[in-house]
Design a protein around this ligand. Structure first.
Ligand SMILES: OC[C@H]1O[C@H](O[C@H]2O[C@H](CO)[C@@H](O)[C@H](O)[C@H]2O)[C@H](O)[C@@H](O)[C@@H]1O
Length: 562
């Protein structure tokens, strides 16, 4: 197999256990069928005995003429050899949880909203877990990556810790005054960097081939601002430097020359993987089956895993030819939001290094932030549209393999991610830019009755229209609110009201918080993609609590949908 031109980049091999559980996943789909099937369930199971004994028993199972295992035999095998997917993390009462924290959301004056906010606060207990003793004693039987401190899981089928979810979980925990839990989460993520060199997408063996939007430094800044914990800062800095290197070297780093001939360094998502994602391997290989050869399949698998690294899995944003998922081309795109996160990381690391008096890190990261700000302005900013646009890497190079910037390669479609740079003070403090961005957002079509949609295309993928996601609402709202412009602050308030209402009404109707919402209808949760709507939900709770803390809710403002 020689796929040199299509299949570029490293691969981090997965474990024999993950490979075996993928086989169980495939057998389950063949035997039980698609109804109620969740591919991830099987790679989250663990072994009751060692792998070789389990594989031997699996290989001896009878097969029907079409090659599937009779359902009864598969049921018996799973019951006898595998543990349920929920047994590796066990419930733990968070040490710092109290039913009603002191001075909780003081700006919330409306009693209905207050009562609901306390219910949302109490959901931290549902999501709180610690690694079970069995995992610590026999880690080789589990796909879970053991972490020292208690964790807050994302929710439902996401039975483990996720990287970027943790930022909004922490924002909510801080509003809930659960500082110890928040610090424990950060220490867990730091330990992943110590072990792997980067924070994994999630704490599972099958996520070791990619990261997720890098917000660890931002988490530490938020915690420091509340607790003044310098020790946490000191302990985390070496890991942050390692993480910074991960995102700014090798496959993640791209050099691009602007129209004036200056070179800029920017980053992209690029997973270290070229096979079906184990947590979805049956689905990924089915999608890839329409591709003509193994080389194109391998590249497609890398693009899918890279889209998962972006947190936006999946979306027309990454597609060359929407709505065709097989045209996903994540690694050919310089994403606006990733580079905004990295600019934030540079500013945050400089801030943290200053706290501990490390002047050389301060100087290095301040300079890096100035360079990236310039790059974001030159490569992504489109003054006519008033948005920062993703950049598609074309085929034009200078002699030294440096991409050449061309206007036609800015993706002119409006995505919510095009507004993420506004989250950063360097941009929201500039009134001229902010005024343009506000007008652009208002006219983009993304602003809907119940929040901001991810994109304008309804492809059926979960990061597309009509879904709106909690983290994206929060970043744009904060960016608008922190600007000095009256119209930006008014728009922020308006989006807060839409978002809080839809979360509240959906909760009252169904008793749950959701990972995403349908922003076209107040009170409707989101759908689409390959799995059912997930409840619980860490970042939804975090965003509601953080917004209620900052914006409050007046006594006489109606909370129901109009
Ligand atoms: O199993 C499919 C994918 O699930 C995750 O992605 C989605 O949920 C995450 C947890 O809430 C969230 O961080 C991400 O933005 C969502 O798209 C996972 O992160 C993917 O890697 C995985 O393929």
């Amino acid at each position: 197999e020689t796929c040199t031109s299509t299949n570029k980049g490293p691969v981090i091999p997965t474990t024999p256990l993950v490979i075996f559980l993928e086989k169980v996943q495939e057998a389950a789909l063949q035997s039980y069928g698609y109804k109620g099937f969740d591919a991830k369930l099987y790679v989250d199971m663990s072994l009751k005995q060692n792998l070789s004994a389990t594989v031997e028993a699996f290989n001896k199972l009878p097969r029907t003429v079409n090659g599937s295992i009779p359902t009864h035999d598969l049921d018996v095998f799973i019951g006898k050899y595998l543990n349920g997917a929920d047994e590796d993390l066990v419930y733990v009462e968070p040490v710092d949880f109290v039913a009603e924290p002191e001075v909780f959301l003081p700006k919330v004056k409306n009693s209905e909203v207050r009562a609901w906010a306390l219910e949302v606060h109490s959901l931290w207990k549902n999501l709180s877990r610690k690694v079970s003793d069995h995992v610590l004693e026999n880690p080789e039987l589990y796909t879970l990556i053991p972490l020292k401190n208690p964790v807050i899981i994302a929710g439902s089928r996401y039975r483990e810790v996720y990287y970027w979810d943790s930022y909004w979980i922490i924002r909510g925990l801080l509003a809930s005054k659960m500082y110890e839990t928040a610090k424990g989460i950060v220490s867990n993520l730091v330990s992943l960097i110590d072990q792997f060199g980067y924070v994994l997408n999630g704490a599972r063996a099958y996520y070791s081939n990619r990261s997720q939007p890098p917000l660890l430094a931002a988490m530490i800044v938020e915690i420091y601002n509340r607790t003044g914990d310098l020790d946490l800062v000191r302990r985390s800095l070496p890991a942050l430097l390692k993480e910074y290197h991960f995102w700014n070297s090798g496959i993640h780093k791209v050099t691009i020359q602007d129209a004036q001939g200056s070179n800029h360094s920017l980053s992209r998502y690029y997973a270290m993987w070229n096979e079906p994602r184990p947590e979805s391997s049956t689905i990924d290989s089915k999608t890839a089956s329409k591709l003509p050869n193994i080389c194109e399949k391998r590249q497609f698998y890398r693009e899918l895993a890279s889209a998962a690294e972006s947190g936006w899995d999946f979306s027309s944003r990454w597609m060359r030819n929407e709505p065709d998922l097989t045209t996903t081309s994540t690694t050919s795109i310089l994403p606006v939001d990733l580079n905004a996160f990295l600019l934030k990381m540079e500013l945050d690391v400089a801030f943290l290094a200053n706290l501990v008096g490390d002047t050389s890190i301060v100087a290095r990261f301040t300079e890096a932030s100035q360079n990236r700000q310039r790059a974001i302005n030159c490569i992504f900013w489109n003054a006519e549209m008033g948005q920062w646009l993703d950049y598609w890497l074309g085929n034009s190079y200078t002699s030294e393999d440096i991409y050449k910037w061309e206007d036609i390669h800015q993706n002119k479609k409006s995505f919510a991610s095009n507004f993420v740079p506004l989250w950063i003070e360097l941009f929201n403090s500039d009134d001229i830019t902010t005024r343009k961005v506000v007008q652009s957002l208002e006219n983009s079509g993304l602003l809907q009755p119940a929040g901001i949609a991810g994109t304008l295309s309804n492809t059926g993928q979960q990061w597309d229209f009509p879904n709106g996601w909690p983290p994206v609402q929060h970043m744009i709202i904060e960016g608008l609110a922190r600007s000095g412009l009256e119209e930006a602050r008014a728009l922020a308030n308006d989006i807060v009201i839409r978002w809080i209402r839809t979360n509240y009404v959906a909760y009252k109707k169904t008793g749950a918080m959701y990972e995403k919402y349908d922003v076209t209808k107040c009170g409707a949760y989101g759908d689409g993609g390959v799995y059912a709507a997930q409840t619980g939900f860490g970042w939804a709770n975090g965003v509601v609590l953080a917004l209620l803390e900052e914006f409050g809710w007046p006594e006489d403002l109606k909370i129901d949908c109009y």
